[in-house]
Write a protein that binds this ligand. Structure first.
Ligand SMILES: [Fe+2]
Ligand SMILES: [Fe+2]
Length: 119
């Protein structure tokens, strides 16, 4: 059944499926556990990234990890590029928190991917 589903979605569909599954892979770089991720999500909501970057200029501890968490789209895209992922997958990973006007992923697909992401 999985094989049939895979053949029906085609190659491009597989790239979008990978994007849906891997869009937050960059969060692994921060090394946070579940509690840390909740804390980091709150911090990212409360403080702009440039403010957090000022905190971390001399600090490699938790502040650096918060910035890594905030930059998870870039870190995830870099990781996927390094392991040879398809370009459409990388594109969505990179832009999944961008404003919709900036999406390069086809709008219809991007809206589905975005609405299915609840973080
Ligand atoms: Fe994300
Ligand atoms: Fe997400």
């Amino acid at each position: 059944m999985a094989r049939q589903a895979a053949s029906e979605i085609g190659e491009e569909g597989k790239e979008f499926l990978a994007a849906a599954l891997l869009h937050d892979i960059g969060k692994l770089e921060s090394g946070f556990t579940i509690f840390g991720r909740v804390f980091a999500t709150l911090c990212c909501s409360l403080f702009p990234l440039r403010k957090m970057e000022k905190w971390a200029q001399k600090n490699k501890g938790i502040r650096r990890r918060l910035i890594d968490y905030a930059k998870h789209p870039e870190l995830g895209a870099k990781l996927l590029r390094r392991i040879g992922s398809k370009e459409q997958t990388i594109t969505w990973v990179l832009e999944h928190h961008s404003e919709s006007e900036k999406w390069e992923t086809p709008r219809e697909i991007a809206e589905i991917l975005s609405s299915s992401d609840n973080d």
